[in-house]
Ligand binder design. Structure first.
Ligand code: ADP
Ligand code: MG
Length: 726
């Protein structure tokens, strides 16, 4: 018998090796060749236009329209020299993906002649017909206009013959319909607040930038096998599948040798990434079979995020060339590790100093401690905000598994820093009596080793030597979302710290003393989120509950924080997002959650009823025929003993079929009721509480059938095939 699974397996085994393009041996020779970077600008722009762009990038100076025409013209000439025929504004709508609408450079003149043209207006602003992008009620259809506007701080690039210009996306009424605008606003406040704090220590610091180095985890699966799994193709994850006898138990995949076909795929996407200026650096096998990771050198946050969005696109595109489908879903397979996207984050001055580098001298230590402790305080205060900004249906399946940080937001800082905080806290406690000299002993806290070797792989927010690693972010997420949250809450906290310090100084306290006094209180207040142990353990869940930390397991409940008064205030006060914009995002995300669970539920019903049960019945019929045959040829006593296995299996199959049918039916009825709710929030909650629980139950019976039914008949590629076929 031939079924789609065997055809797919055959195709995957016969796949021929792809001829790689010729890749020059030195990446430095082609790094950024498809981006309109400084070198390209100095070749193609007038000095005036070049200066205008640099000032926009480095000092946030607005580009005048007069210069925009010159820049557009230079950009066009450069793009055409690289083979581009079209241009496109490239933006991040609230779908989470990126969007493009291509226009050709070609323009017809009155005399019928054609020329390539690209004006400053076309560069700076466009009005995409974007009424189908999610807007959460911000745009009524009568004001369905949306504008994209050029973000000169992120380099334009050429993708598939199109000049792509990174842009923000706003409504006619000026509200953000994307992730980039609030991100830029959050970074702007953070940079301003952090700079002011730095100037307490060194007045020559002019600018601080936040930095991000993401680590992208992903699975690859042969495209033929992927296509034979409707659940993977339609939802990005397997909804059924019995565990493979061997998967990750031996941990033999992690950092193992990378298979040749995979290496070819990696070499090609890295080549394309480097041409686009993405500084990819690290690649390795991850823990689960078929799972890999790619990480670049860190960059300024906004640019790093555009690069991550672009890299996700490249992974999928280049994967196809090699017969692979790249899975960016947080949990493509049950019971083995899911995928995350660690966000390594820090801040850096215009002098190149990393503000989270502990430094060697006491003075540096104090500045370091100010940033460290304020970050911890911000996380303590707004843990639920961070949780809300990493929430998604996919990430729910990963957080709290035994391979990812739990939904409890805590921070890890390592033993050396814990000691430093202990010491700082105890010393300033004595200074509570206001002995002016006391605080000046504090700089004698032990030298904090920059090569702090403590590691904690289980913490959702871990200090790793000279940066924080936000590990709870999901692999498919646009990192702008968690970065908007983190940068805003830290900026807000730095502002509070600065204001309080200035107030104490105005009351004649020495600035250092004031800072120590405030830090001392912050340490006490932040203690409850500090956790150095194993965050994956049950003990931590219990301990966290005792400490009163939230453990919000699912997206509908996590998202609720978005619209809480505290959370709205922190974004409004810092001019990052308005209440209306937040409310819109809340609705879009709830709606997205409902749709995702609804689609999964439909796919489960379809697969179970139309793919699995018919095969189960067919196999059962074979067994029944066999039993009838045995009865004909055997005497009744021998028949009784010899047919027992078959009759038991026939009964088991029937049990599973009945269970599946019943549950699918109930699930569909539940869905029908919930779909009628007018209230979106209740719809999302009930999809989580009343529909989602059927998934596991139905899966249980389908997976049992997988073990009972003849392997030759099973229609869906099995876990061992998906995970190990290369
Ligand atoms: P790990 O052991 O976690 O893999 P690495 O030193 O290899 O640590 O760094 C992981 C990621 O952290 C990389 O993407 C790297 O670019 C990033 N990173 C390193 N320093 C910084 C920093 N100062 N700011 C932001 N990201 C950083
Ligand atoms: Mg890491």
């Amino acid at each position: 018998m031939s079924n789609i699974r065997f055809k797919a397996l055959e195709m995957s085994m016969q796949r021929s090796k792809r001829q790689l393009p010729v890749i020059p041996s030195r990446p430095s020779a082609y790094f950024g060749e498809l981006t309109f970077n400084k070198a390209a600008m100095s070749d193609f722009l007038s000095r005036e236009a070049y200066k205008a762009v640099q000032e926009a990038v480095e000092q946030g100076v607005k580009i005048e329209r007069r210069n925009a025409d010159q820049i557009a013209s230079g950009m066009k000439t450069w793009a055409i020299s690289k083979g581009a025929t079209h241009f496109s504004h490239w933006f991040h709508p609230l779908t989470g993906a990126t969007a493009e609408k291509h226009d050709a450079f070609i323009t017809l003149l009155e005399d019928g002649k054609a020329i390539e043209n690209f004006t400053g207006n076309e560069l700076v602003q466009q009005e995409p017909d974007a009424s189908s992008f999610p807007h959460g009620g911000i745009r009524n259809t009568f004001e369905a206009r949306g504008y994209t506007a050029w973000d000169p701080t992120s380099p334009s690039f050429i993708l598939d013959g199109t000049l792509c210009i990174p842009t923000i996306f706003i409504s006619y009424t000026g509200e953000s319909l994307d992730y980039k605008l609030p991100l830029i606003k959050a970074l702007t406040v953070l940079e301003s607040e952090a700079t002011q704090i730095c100037q307490f220590f060194d007045s020559s610091v002019k600018r601080v930038q936040a930095t991000l180095g993401w680590e992208q985890e992903y699975f690859i699966v042969d495209s033929a096998l992927y296509s034979a799994r409707p659940d993977l193709s339609l939802t990005g994850r397997t909804l059924f599948g019995h565990a493979s006898a061997k998967d990750q138990q031996l941990a033999d995949h992690y950092f193992g040798a990378i298979p040749e076909r995979v290496i070819d795929f990696m070499r090609e996407f890295e080549y394309e990434a480097i041409r686009l200026g993405i500084p990819v650096k690290t690649r390795h096998n991850e823990v689960a079979p078929g799972q890999f990771e790619c990480a670049p050198a860190y960059e300024e946050v906004n640019v790093a995020i555009d690069h991550n969005q672009l890299l996700m696109h490249l992974l999928e595109k280049i994967g196809k060339r090699h017969g692979y489908t790249v899975l960016l879903h947080e949990k493509p397979y049950a019971n083995i590790n899911g995928s995350g996207k660690h966000n390594n984050w820090s801040m850096q001055t215009d002098k190149g100093e990393n503000l989270l580098s502990p430094g060697k001298t006491p003075e540096e230590n104090l500045q370091f401690l100010v940033f460290l402790i304020n970050i911890l305080k911000a996380v303590e205060e707004h843990a639920d905000v961070l949780r809300a900004y990493i929430a998604s249906a996919g990430n729910d399946l990963r957080l709290g598994g035994h391979e990812a940080p739990p939904a409890i937001i805590s921070a890890f800082i390592g033993t050396r820093l814990t000691e430093a905080l202990d010491q700082l806290e105890s010393i300033t406690t004595q200074a509570g009596t206001k002995k002016a000299n006391k605080p000046y002993n504090i700089p004698k806290i032990p030298e904090i080793l920059p090569d702090n070797t403590d590691r904690n792989r289980t913490s959702p927010f871990a200090f790793t030597g000279n940066k924080f690693e936000f590990r709870a972010v999901g692999s498919s997420a646009n990192c702008a979302v968690p970065m908007i949250a983190l940068n805003t809450i830290v900026a807000n906290q730095l502002k509070l710290f600065r204001i309080e310090t200035e107030r104490l100084v105005a009351q004649n306290m020495k600035r250092e003393e004031a800072m120590y006094l405030i830090l001392n209180r912050y340490i006490k207040e932040s203690r409850k989120i500090l956790f150095e142990g194993n965050s994956y353990s049950q003990e931590w869940v219990e301990e966290a509950a005792r400490r009163g930390l939230s453990n919000i397991a699912d997206t509908p409940r996590a998202l609720k924080t978005l619209i809480s008064n505290d959370a709205v205030s922190v974004f409004e006060d810092n001019d990052v997002l308005t209440r209306r914009e937040i409310q819109a995002r809340y609705e879009i995300q709830l709606d997205n959650y409902v749709r995702k669970v609804q689609i999964e539920s439909r796919v489960i019903g379809d697969l179970a009823i139309n793919h699995i049960i018919p095969i189960a019945i067919r196999y059962q019929n074979q067994l029944i025929e066999n039993v009838i045959g045995l009865k004909e040829v055997l005497d009744s006593k021998t028949f009784q003993s010899l047919s027992k296995t078959q009759t038991d299996t026939i009964r088991d199959i029937s049990d599973h079929i009945i269970n599946i049918k019943n549950m699918v039916q109930k699930m569909v009825e539940t869905r029908k009721v919930i779909n009628k709710y007018s209230d979106l929030e209740n719809r999302a909650l009930d999809y989580r509480d009343k529909v989602f629980p059927y998934f596991e139950q139905i899966k249980y019976h389908v997976d049992k059938l997988e073990l009972l039914i003849d392997d030759e008949m099973w229609p869906l590629p099995k876990y061992r095939e998906l995970l190990f076929a290369r």
